[in-house]
Design a binder for this molecule. Structure first.
Ligand code: FE
Length: 173
């Protein structure tokens, strides 16, 4: 009798573990390619000293100082892996690899943000040029510029500094 209970207990446990793993796999599959990071309007505010503490000098120069890295010098201009590019300042999801294209400029280039809300723009007349600057709406970090010579369907080219983003590879693809 006791032996029977032990056997049934073991069978039941095995069944529960198996069912759990099937559900875990199913839920993972359901979220694959589904990015839930639409910007909700919250802000990340830090002092210069605080930003410096959590960034590399290159990230700080670009994100907080509106600097531009040298062409072909960054980590991601030639990155062809599938995944998501996040703001290196606050982690907000900015671009997906599916919208990255070969611009030939030496900077990571995308034809659209992950959601329209996730990349903010404003006019930039610095250096005697008439450009559109792109930044993170959550932390205000400078990302790059937007030009109107991109590919279809938007005809836009988000020219982004590698130093302003971190890439999270989608291992499920
Ligand atoms: Fe940010």
């Amino acid at each position: 009798m006791v032996k029977g209970i032990v056997v049934w207990g073991a069978v039941l446990t095995a069944l529960l573990v198996f069912t759990g793993s099937v559900f875990a796999k199913a839920s993972k599959k359901a979220t694959k390619g589904c990015y839930m990071g639409k910007y909700q309007g919250d802000k990340v505010v830090k002092t210069d000293a605080e930003w410096k503490k959590i960034m590399t000098p290159e990230q700080y120069e670009v994100l907080r100082g509106e600097g531009t890295e040298r062409a072909c010098s960054g980590l991601y201009w030639n990155n062809h892996k599938a995944g998501v590019y996040h703001c290196a300042g606050c982690g907000l999801e900015l671009f997906v690899s599916a919208t990255k294209f070969e611009s030939g400029t030496g900077w990571p280039s995308f034809y659209q943000p992950i959601f329209p809300e996730n990349v903010a723009t404003r006019k930039d007349n610095s250096w005697g040029m008439d450009r559109v600057e792109a930044h993170c709406p959550r932390c205000g970090g400078h990302l790059g510029h937007v030009f109107e010579d991109g590919p279809k369907p938007t005809n836009l080219r988000y020219c982004i500094n590698s130093a302003s983003v971190t890439f999270v590879e989608d291992k499920g693809k």
